[in-house]
Design a binder for this molecule. Structure first.
Ligand code: ADP
Ligand code: MG
Length: 384
């Protein structure tokens, strides 16, 4: 009997979670960012503490959530506060697009480091060291000095996808009929999506050499030898903050948690009663019956996806998205998505972008160096 009651309670909890996960998916899909879904639907066995979930809407242009097991609400709120503090601090520090009052951020660096060395906080300095080193570690694919180029693509993505994803009209000029309720596109229907100006792109590409970003450990300064360099933390920032959050939560005594920030999932310990946390990997095929391609169970590890379906616009049959191949200065075209799981949340984020851009053989070799598990979803939506 007791068991049956427990099962009923669990089913109710599960139904609520399902509704919540669906709601979150809608929000994420609306924001154009959705890579990894948390699957928290498996019945728990004996529990170590109670489950608490917190949501964060204001950081890193995405929504994030923390599911944590804690003995009581006071402990859970302490974990919530740690997450909020780190998200808030690093969102400001790593923001290259808007100034944050009283904060020397990537925005400040981009504005001023071409003229004179800019003194930055220990935290931002550490990120810059890490970010610049990522270039060689990623087979020269992840380049934080690509900002002049990514800004041009960002501008087109913003223009072409305002309110959703944009697709160019069919060549015969006919228009789609039917309900627009599910149509993601609210961009000006008269405006055809445009590519960045090729001359501007060529010119920007001349200002992307990471060795022109000079760090001085003595004064914690950063200086651009090439004044037109711009930094972009997009490929690394979320994973980096996930790693910081993990460290702080563990230090505060947390033993069971899943933190998700738009396509980046970080886990501590296991879901109570299971051997790990179940993390769903999204199927990038919009036609697929199942949104979740597969589920990985991970323990004390991160799962990160980089995909071409998160932010994109279409011109004819060509998809233009937000992950730029430094060899061509155009979006990478090898795969629909690459998912990576490994111990370190920051490394997982770096690897997911790197593998998305590298040929498969090189990508797998790189992943092996970090003992990382990989799932490629190819352009025909097959997987390997
Ligand atoms: P997401 O931000 O969707 O999780 P990624 O981690 O793959 O995806 O990072 C993509 C973001 O990183 C882009 O939005 C852009 O700001 C930046 N970016 C794009 N291409 C590169 C690149 N080759 N190197 C460094 N940063 C990049
Ligand atoms: Mg990344």
């Amino acid at each position: 009997m007791v068991q049956a009651v427990e099962i009923c309670a669990e089913q109710e909890r599960t139904a609520k979670k399902r509704a919540e996960v669906r709601r979150l998916i809608r929000i994420k899909a609306g924001a154009g960012v959705l890579a990894v879904l948390m699957i928290l639907l498996t019945a728990a066995g004996c529990q170590t503490g109670k489950e608490y979930t917190y949501y964060y809407y204001d950081y890193f242009d995405t929504f994030s959530s923390l599911t944590v097991y804690a003995p009581d609400e006071t402990a859970a709120k302490r974990y919530d506060q740690i997450v909020r503090d780190y998200l808030s601090a690093y969102d400001a520090l790593l923001d290259a697009f808007e100034p944050h009052e009283g904060v020397v951020s990537l925005y400040t660096v981009n504005e001023k480091a071409g003229t004179a060395p800019v003194a930055v906080s220990e935290e931002l300095y550490a990120f810059l060291e890490y970010g610049l080193a990522a270039y060689d570690k990623s087979g020269k694919t992840v380049n934080i000095a690509l900002g002049s180029v990514t800004a041009l693509w960002q501008e087109q993505l913003n223009k072409n996808t305002e309110g959703g994803q944009a697709e160019s009209k069919p060549a015969d000029g006919s228009s789609e009929t039917g309900s627009s309720e599910d149509s993601p596109s609210e961009a000006d229907p008269a405006a055809e999506p445009q590519l960045p100006d090729p001359d501007a792109l060529r010119e920007a590409a001349r200002h992307t050499d990471p060795s022109d970003v000079v760090l001085d450990p003595a004064g914690h300064t950063v200086y651009f030898r090439d004044p037109q360099i711009r930094l972009d933390a997009g490929a690394l920032g979320k994973g980096y903050v996930c790693a910081k959050i993990e460290e702080a939560l563990r230090a505060a005594g947390c033993r069971s948690a899943l933190f998700s920030a738009g396509g980046n999932v970080m886990t501590i310990g296991t879901y109570p009663g299971l051997a790990g946390w179940n993390v769903g990997i999204r199927n990038p095929d919009p036609e697929a019956a199942e949104q979740v391609y597969t589920v990985w169970q991970v323990k004390d590890a991160s799962v990160v996806t980089s995909g071409d379906y998160e932010r994109y616009f279409m011109i004819g049959n060509t998809r233009y998205h937000h992950i730029i191949d430094p060899e061509t200065m155009y979006p990478g075209t090898r795969y629909h998505s690459v998912t990576v799981s490994c111990r370190d949340a920051a490394v997982a984020d770096m690897l997911s972008t790197a593998l998305f851009l590298l040929p498969e053989e090189e990508g797998r070799a790189l992943a092996a160096e970090y003992d990382a598990r990989v799932l490629y979803i190819y352009n025909d939506y097959s997987a390997g």
